[in-house]
Design a protein around this ligand. Structure first.
Ligand code: BGC
Length: 748
């Protein structure tokens, strides 16, 4: 392969000598150089995110000398987070670790129980929705790099993340781990994250493939959705991870899809992922999500993990699999394909190279990454009379109220739990910002109490207001100039393994908000949560409202900097916050949590804002919403053409002006509306965005590019993507409901 380009150079150069004048030869050489440097660049990008060809022959030769026993030995766990290599040949196995938001603490070899070390703490990274709220794929790349470094420094090979399941309902317990309700934003963040992790010689394992959109009955429920919905909404991030990031692993989810367990699902694992998308990595089962030898073997699963018990030889993909091959039920080529994939990952992780990156953890560099993500993730929802930012020099006294001002958010939520080396709480962040803790008074305001309900295997928040704590908070609110009130959920409420029963602010927090805002109208409410909450009362009563997420080790510093204006907020909601839960499509259609262990995604493609906009339902805060301390004006939208062919790029150009005296960042969002479609389409779909930094009182030209093909819908009858001719409206805005510029283009 490497010989061809140089031949081309020789031939073209001699052609130049003969037929062109001297000066035009220089121009030609310049263009040629430019072309070659671009294609080198492309090659470089390719090798950064694709499996390398150079190992393939070697892998084939290894497979040729392995015994069947040796082959099946590497197809299943030999510890809770470990699978075997080939000892005879000195090929090491794989070590895995959770999870999406930090490297999990060391467990015992054969169980999830902690080893109780004092040397395994790590950085807590902002969780999924926080990262997505940055709308900044560059930061996702940085976060991935940080995670990759920590993965390697703990001697692990594969990080079990990112989690990219679409946020179909806010009550899903794992919403905080996932990114968004929109497939395009999902893909952009996922690709950045994966590239970052894999740049550190660690592998990323995207999860949970596919349609793990609720925790309720996740081990038994079967998801039914149309093919179009699957292709347009739930698959894109997985597809982007394969095609644009060369992801090394994909984890099969616990649930079933169209009646078949994901880890046995030949259609999804073999046909779609491996054959159609060209995935060359490994499909790993979720822990304990394999249920049959034959089905798993023939259903595209490559590694079985987490099956209970130490007797790994009796795992479905261990000796029972060997026996199935011996009696001719499973062809040996099927096993060889799995082995090839595993060896490919082992080699591409540079596991046999002495100069493999060893990573580092808890470094200043990583803290800086975490701070940058946290600062850009915070979403300002309301800022009446520009009450924010607060002024450090003039502020006299602050009451910090709410137990979430002190509650660590790194620990909890099962497998996404992180043993953080440090976590700056909001109260600590504010104290260190003000340097003088004398002016801050704290009151808890509520108590995070839980109750159990018969028949429910989950802790349920006790929402009875604690009158004594409210009275104390009211007192402090009256005595201080400003109140910063921290409400929201925590990592017991939002967790793997269960869904929330509702989206209420828990523990009587609405009563607290009412009492405190009544006592002191100068109250800023900060929501600490991973998923959407009911913010009706908060929005009505408080002059300022922010979302600050489970925002990682630097959460407290980031929120303090936003509140005092050292950071100009630039986060945007990655999901819709509804007025009420029943406005969400899955709930409105009575399509959650399913009946008789089947959940039918009746809303189809109308997930998130696609539903709200198409059905004309007002959200409390719409997808893509978030304000800044600056104001931005949008002008001068131009498109490179009026009419496009299938292979064209739609190139858009516009001007965004920062009309304030503060530097700021703005997420410029581009939605497309199909005007002449013959099939039902969502009112609008996000197709591009950019996040420029615009200095105070300056303007910037912004370019956005969309492939015309990306305006297609998936035609179930033809089983392919179809680009309909006709008119389309380009909608440019600051959120999905704040469209500032429009232009009609057409597809020929
Ligand atoms: C979770 C996965 C996790 C795995 C290993 C499962 O319970 O669903 O996301 O990676 O455990 O801890």
């Amino acid at each position: 392969m490497s010989e061809q380009p140089s031949k081309l150079i020789v031939n073209t150069t001699s052609f130049v000598k003969i037929s062109l004048s001297f000066s035009s030869a220089w121009i030609f050489l310049f263009i040629l150089f430019f072309f070659l440097s671009c294609s080198n660049q492309k090659d470089k990008m390719k090798t950064e995110c694709q499996f390398e060809e150079k190992y393939e022959k070697k892998i084939d030769s290894i497979i040729g000398i392995l015994t069947l026993e040796e082959k099946v030995q590497i197809l299943h766990g030999i510890g809770i987070f470990e699978s075997a290599g080939i000892e005879r040949l000195g090929i090491p196995g794989l070590k895995y670790t959770d999870g999406p938001t930090g490297v999990r603490e060391e467990t015992q070899q054969h169980s999830f129980s902690s080893l109780g070390l004092t040397t395994d703490s790590v950085t807590f990274f902002p969780t999924g929705t926080a990262l997505a709220a940055t709308w900044n794929p560059e930061l996702a790349l940085k976060q991935g790099e940080g995670l990759g470094m920590e993965t390697r420094s703990r001697g692990k090979d594969i990080l079990l993340g990112p989690g990219v399941n679409i946020i179909r309902t806010p009550v899903c317990g794992r919403t905080f781990e996932y990114f968004t309700e929109d497939p395009f934003l999902n893909s952009q963040i996922a690709v950045g994250y994966i590239r970052g992790v894999q740049s550190q010689d660690a592998g990323s394992c995207i999860k949970h493939y596919i349609a793990n959109n609720q925790e309720f009955e996740r081990g038994r429920v079967s998801v039914e959705m149309s093919e179009r919905t699957f292709r347009e909404i739930y698959l894109p991030a997985f597809r982007a991870a394969v095609e644009n990031a060369g992801v090394m692993g994909a984890m099969g989810a616990y649930n079933k899809f169209r009646g078949e367990y994901l880890c046995h699902n030949a259609y999804l694992n073999q046909e779609i992922l491996k054959d159609d998308l060209g995935f060359k990595g490994i499909v790993i089962s979720d822990w304990g999500a394999t249920h049959s030898t034959m089905k798993a073997a023939l259903g595209g699963l490559d590694i079985e993990m987490g099956t209970r018990g130490r007797d790994y030889d009796s795992n479905y993909m261990a000796l029972p699999l060997r026996d199935s091959v011996l009696v001719g039920k499973v062809p040996e080529e099927v096993i060889d394909d799995k082995v090839r994939r595993i060896l490919r990952v082992i080699y591409n992780l540079e596991k046999l190279n002495n100069d493999r990156k060893q990573g580092s953890r808890n470094t200043v560099e990583i803290s800086n990454i975490v701070y940058s993500v946290a600062a850009e993730a915070i979403v300002l929802l309301k800022n009446e009379n520009k009450i924010l930012p607060l002024n450090k020099k003039t502020i006299k006294s602050i009451a910090v109220i709410g137990q979430n001002a002190t509650q660590p958010q790194s620990f909890g939520g099962f497998t996404a739990s992180v043993k953080a080396k440090y976590e700056v709480s909001p109260l600590e962040g504010l104290k260190s910002k003000l340097g003088d803790s004398q002016i801050i008074e704290y009151a808890a305001g509520y108590e995070p109490k839980f109750k159990s309900i018969e028949g429910l295997r989950m802790p349920v928040p006790d929402n009875t207001p604690n009158e004594a704590l409210i009275a104390e908070a009211v007192e402090k609110a009256k005595q201080n100039e400003t109140v910063i009130l921290f409400v929201g959920t925590n990592r017991t409420i939002e967790s793997e393994a269960w869904d929330r029963l509702d989206i209420m602010l828990p523990f009587g927090q609405d009563e607290l908000i009412k009492a405190v805002t009544e006592a002191n109208p100068n109250t800023i409410v900060v929501v600490v949560a991973g998923a959407p909450c009911d913010l009706n009362i908060a929005k009505e009563k408080a002059p300022a409202l922010l979302y600050s997420w489970y925002n990682g080790s630097e959460a407290g510093n980031a929120i303090a900097d936003v509140l005092f204006g050292d950071v100009n907020p630039s986060g945007k909601l990655p999901f819709t916050i509804p007025v009420k839960l029943n406005d969400i499509a899955a709930h409105a259609m009575d399509a959650y949590p399913g009946k008789d262990l089947v959940v039918e995604y009746k809303e189809g493609i109308l997930v998130g804002y696609r539903w709200f906009d198409t059905k004309d339902i007002d959200p409390l805060y719409c997808f893509g919403y978030g304000i800044s301390y600056s104001d931005f004006e949008y002008t001068n939208l131009k498109a490179n053409k009026k009419s496009y062919n299938e292979n064209d790029d739609i190139e858009l150009d516009l001007m965004v002006s920062n009309t304030s005296n503060l530097d700021g960042k703005e997420v410029v969002q581009c939605y497309i509306r199909a005007l002449d479609s013959k099939v039902s389409r969502a009112d609008k779909e996000l197709k591009a965005f950019a996040k420029p930094e615009i200095p105070a009182n300056e303007s910037k030209n912004i370019q956005l590019k969309i492939k015309a093909k990306d305006l297609s819908y998936y035609d179930e009858e033809k089983s392919k993507w179809v680009l309909e001719p006709g008119n389309y409206e380009v909608l440019i805005g600051s959120s999905s409901r704040d469209i500032r510029l429009k232009k009609t283009i057409s597809i020929k």
